[in-house]
Design a protein around this ligand. Sequence first.
Ligand SMILES: *Cc1c(COP(=O)(O)O)cnc(C)c1O
Length: 492
Amino acid sequence: MSFIETRGNDGVKPQEVEFSDAILNPSSSFGGLYVPKVIPKLGEEFLTKHLHTSYKELAFDILKAFEIDIDDTTINEALALYDNFDDSSNPSPVVKIKDDLFVNEQYHGPTRAFKDMALQPFGYILSSLAKKRGEEYLILAATSGDTGPAALNTFKNKEGIKVVCLYPHGGTSDVQKLQMITEDGENLKVIGINGNFDDAQNALKNLLASQSFKNELKKDGISLSAANSVNFGRIIFQIVYHFQSYLELLRQDEIKLGEKIYINVPSGNFGNVLGAYYAQKMGLPVEKLLVSSNENNILTQWLTLGIYDIRGKVLKLTKSPAMDILKSSNIERVIYDICGAVRTKELMEDLNTKGHFEHTKEELEVLQKYFSATYSDDAYGLETIKTFVDEGYLMDPHTATCIKAYEELRENKNLKTVIYSTAEWTKFSPTVLNALNEDNNKYSDREALEAISKKLNLKIPAQIEELFSSPIIHDSVINIKDLEKKIIVFLK
Ligand SMILES: *Cc1c(COP(=O)(O)O)cnc(C)c1O
């Protein structure tokens, strides 16, 4: 199947590309994104067939439905990376926490956050393509916490790929930082930046625009790729687990085939819930997609008012930092699907030049056929964590944002809801301990991990425990002005 561009074609890039080209070179005309030309339809027979298959078989068939130009052996080798999860046959288990409320736990992979669900197999596919073509790619990532560790983990020692990962020094949790700076692999470089996440991200943007940097890369025969969720290679794996949620409810006798469910996703860059949108379009019986945000509630504004307005807005640093966002990349793929390329280009240019765009009434009506949205603040999140722990379920602050949507947005209370748990408690343990103790104390990650583990009689997983005794590989913290030089030295 071919992939086309959300903002139309500039006459220079090819009109259509195959999956492999869309993921190796994800930048498309006019700054747009690649999307599948056709969204395949999978009906009830598909669900029936997969009632008794494994997660890998389900994923294989969904990938094949997109007719991607990746051979079966490579796909299977990529899917074998789910063997690194706690339960390889069921990498994202679905757990019941109330009569009508279920949690899809997406954090059972090597870095204990949902990014592994897609980045593990995606990393394998990207590197095997690079290797096969005899090409060398550089992935530049700026991270506030979860993407960095997951990208480093999947690409370490992979041929054809080099990764440079920037993090704001002092701006991540201890666990997140250790996950990055202890990751070895000759092809990895992790650099702390004196500044905040925005500074790191801006430094990266400036680098991508720097002619001297591009010339250096060219000299060394290196091309740029991307591992964030603008890359469709991540999105395709993020469709699978929404089917898995539905199949699990069927297997657990909680729903009948064809019965609709609510899918409720803590959202930032909109990649996770975009996977659910595609799943619904492919035929998964979904009543509504509930989009949960924190106080950076730009997605709530977009889906309730049809306005996206970042003028005068400053990013708030919240207790659910992976959802702290103003410009959410993947809404563009939904807008394309609903409004077409001409209109998408117009709206995205409005956002870039004027800082806002506005949908027509008709466009908003279509959006609201699929999505409902709301947000909650940190106090609500902490209270929610405490309430659920008292009832026997521990969740992280990102997952907790879903509860507000569960309580307020469901119009049909007879239907079941699946919320998505995007991080394990171990990644945000100081916040979780504040919730349990109902205090405001500043705990270190180490202290909080041990206190929670003792209090709730939970084991700290080995992947987290061993971070504290692993050797530190990447100790450089630099000023932004030295970044380009530093990277070029690493690439030599
Ligand atoms: C990345 C992330 C999110 C947001 O996911 P998007 O696909 O960007 O919407 C939510 N929670 C956690 C813990 C994450 O790491």
